[in-house]
Design a protein around this ligand. Structure first.
Ligand code: NZQ
Ligand code: ZN
Length: 396
């Protein structure tokens, strides 16, 4: 196991009615003037924003609204949010929505006290010296942003949409209020995209070259097995509270890095997916369901035993000791079957992506001779192979 440091000080409240504690938690963490940040309308329609406002009113906390965050959140609204916070002298942001809303809020929190352009944090190198505290009320179990140190933003640079992430300790939410019932209004496709993203966050950590990481291996496998059980259950019964609750906490655990400490992590599939969601504005989880299994097939020969372990411990497939690659492939097929049955796309055509755009996406990823991934380090030709494999896959 590798040495590591791990600090995730988020104050969580989990359970029915969590959002009604917004006022109490904002006060506890020093908020007096709050920006409520949300998306395209689902949080208004469900009454969530009204309940958060009521809770803040009861705690005597001033609040201002800024809605309109789009999936694959845009830099323009971040700039607007930063200006609004400065004008209104706000001292806290509460993000109510999905990963896109939370990531937009994180960018605002870091941007308000910063004299330069918040995008500096996403281009690498610069770190915010100060930031506003962030509270979150998540409405989709997916990105894990409520417990992660990441934020991902889209910005048009030189006429091209670029999607960039930044990982900073300052991005870790001060408090997160998690009510599984809030996810019951999700369209089935969004529920499926979220479940896929959760599984991928675990798998990006699971496929590693680090030896002797039994504790995090077992924790990853436990989360993945839970998802294999709960994902079909929630697709069949969207109002199954226990399934929603298990998936919601799985989403947080999958990406607050408790499963990733002490081990090399991969993240190649996520990087490739970011090109797909930047170019086609597709849901992140949908892009992953196309890329991740294709990546697995391209890299499995590197450590077929790890793929056998995955197939056996996650999907209960009996190992074929004479033909381990058959077991490995059966595991990947089981993953595709799970995702495909939930209505997720499995190739470029189903996603709405085009094979002829592959060179442009690869060029974005490999500028300045960059490589991606760690389990297998991918150069341009290898990334092209993964994308082409994802493009050409056909359902059995
Ligand atoms: O805008 P509204 O009307 O709220 O609709 C949203 C949106 O259209 C809808 N939705 C959310 N909760 C709902 C709901 N509709 C009905 N009922 C509800 N309860 O769902 C749609 C998708 O929302 P979005 O926030 O985009 O989804 P998700 O949570 O999957 O976030 C995806 C974004 O997170 C980034 C992705 O790249 C993508 O930009 N990621 C962020 C990470 C992080 N910060 O740690 C890590 C991830 O790997 C990921 O990259
Ligand atoms: Zn993700």
């Amino acid at each position: 196991m590798n040495s590591f440091s791990f600090c995730r000080p988020t104050d969580f409240f989990f359970g029915r009615g969590a959002e009604n504690h917004a006022g109490e938690y904002a006060k506890k963490h020093g908020g007096t003037r709050v920006l409520i940040h949300f998306g395209g309308g689902s949080a208004i329609k469900s009454g969530l924003i009204g309940r958060i406002e009521k809770s803040l009113d009861e705690a005597g906390i001033y609040h201002v609204r800024l809605g309109g965050v789009k999936p694959n959140p845009r830099a323009e609204l971040v700039y607007e949010g930063i200006e609004l916070c400065r004008k209104e002298k706000l001292d806290m942001v509460i993000a109510a929505g999905g990963g896109s809303v939370l990531d937009s809020a994180k960018a605002i929190c870091n941007g308000v006290p910063y004299a330069g352009d918040f995008w500096d944090f996403y281009m690498g190198g610069k770190k915010p010296q100060a930031h506003l505290p962030l509270g979150t009320v998540i409405t989709i179990a997916a990105a894990g942003s409520e417990g992660s140190d990441s934020s991902v933003i889209n910005k048009v640079v030189d006429g091209v949409v670029r999607k960039k992430g930044c990982n900073l300790q300052q991005n870790v939410a001060t408090f997160s209020l998690m009510n599984p019932e809030l996810t019951m209004t999700l369209p089935p496709f969004q529920t499926a995209c979220g479940a896929c993203d959760i599984m991928c966050h675990v798998m990006e950590r699971y496929f590693t070259n680090t030896k002797e990481v039994q504790i995090t291996d077992a924790m990853c496998e436990g989360v993945l097995r839970t998802m294999v059980e709960m994902f079909p259950r929630v697709m069949a019964h969207p109002d199954d509270y226990e399934a929603r609750a298990n998936i919601m906490w799985a989403g947080t655990v999958a990406h607050n890095n408790i499963l990733g400490v002490g081990r090399e992590q991969d993240w190649g599939s996520h990087r490739l997916e970011m090109e797909l969601s930047a170019m086609y504005d597709v849901a992140h989880g949908a892009g992953l369901s196309v890329v991740m299994p294709a990546w697995m097939e391209c890299v499995m020969d590197h450590d077929v035993t790890r793929f056998v372990q995955f197939a056996h411990r996650v999907f209960g497939i009996e190992p074929d000791f004479y033909h381990p690659e058959v077991t490995a492939r059966t595991g990947i097929a089981a993953l595709r079957a799970l995702w495909g049955a939930a209505g997720l796309p499995l190739n470029f055509e189903e996603l709405g992506a085009k094979r002829e755009d592959i060179p442009q996406m690869v060029a974005h990823i490999t500028h300045d001779d960059r490589t991606e991934g760690h389990f297998v380090v991918m150069d341009g030709p290898f990334i092209t192979k993964v994308f082409e494999h994802a493009a050409d896959y056909r359902r059995p």
